[in-house]
Design a protein around this ligand. Structure first.
Ligand SMILES: Cc1cc2nc3c(=O)[nH]c(=O)nc-3n(C[C@H](O)[C@H](O)[C@H](O)COP(=O)(O)O)c2cc1C
Length: 179
């Protein structure tokens, strides 16, 4: 059984998967924490991997991303996906990896759930957060995939990009390096 990385083409749909795995790991990750979790599950189970990405990437700047994510969450916005997993029908189990954003699932996770038919499938959330827990993300997953069987999540605390940025900034301020 050869695990697949579903290939992504800008604005299109994912390439047709030729593998035989019945398990998909679908993952959105900004700073890499959730990608590590998803990668381990994918390797251990020989599953296929699909990277969930918004069509328009979030800003490189962390604080701009926080502001945009908060605004999108508050108005229930579901951003267009860069690609869809066009072979979703052949999977019976979907591990769904995402970070907690603003105490909930990121907008792009709602987009993924809205645009893929997951009825009858088992969903296993893989969640990383900065220390404040799952928020209402499990309610969001269940509500956006009402015909799926959503199992208890794996969740773990993982480093916050913000803390790293603040440490680097404080260190840089002491270095007296010219721009
Ligand atoms: C826009 C944004 C919002 C966040 N909001 C929360 C939050 O509400 N609660 C929390 O515990 N962590 C929050 N975090 C921290 C991330 O959930 C945590 O660092 C996660 O592991 C990042 O995963 P990633 O590296 O896969 O992107 C937030 C991070 C970002 C970028």
């Amino acid at each position: 059984m050869t695990p697949l990385l579903l290939s992504l083409a800008a604005g299109g749909t994912s390439a047709a998967a030729q593998g035989t795995s019945k398990t998909l790991v679908a993952c959105f990750s900004r700073s890499g924490n959730t990608r590590v979790v998803a990668g381990q599950v994918r390797r251990a189970l020989g599953a296929d991997l699909f990277e969930i990405e918004p069509d328009i990437p979030y800003p490189d700047d962390y604080f701009a991303t926080v502001a945009q994510a908060q605004q999108e969450r508050d108005r229930g916005y579901e951003p267009l996906l860069k690609t869809t997993a066009d072979t979703i029908a052949r999977y019976s189990t979907v591990f769904l990896g995402f970070p907690i954003w603003g105490m909930t699932a990121p907008p792009v996770i709602r987009s993924f759930l809205s645009t893929h038919d997951l009825s009858g499938k088992t969903i296993v959330p893989l969640v990383t957060h900065g220390g404040y827990g799952l928020g209402d993300s499990m309610r969001v997953v269940a509500g956006h995939a009402p015909q799926a069987n959503v199992l208890d999540a794996f969740s773990t605390q993982a480093p916050q990009e913000r803390e790293t940025i603040e440490r680097v900034s404080a260190w840089l301020d002491q270095q007296q390096i010219q721009k």
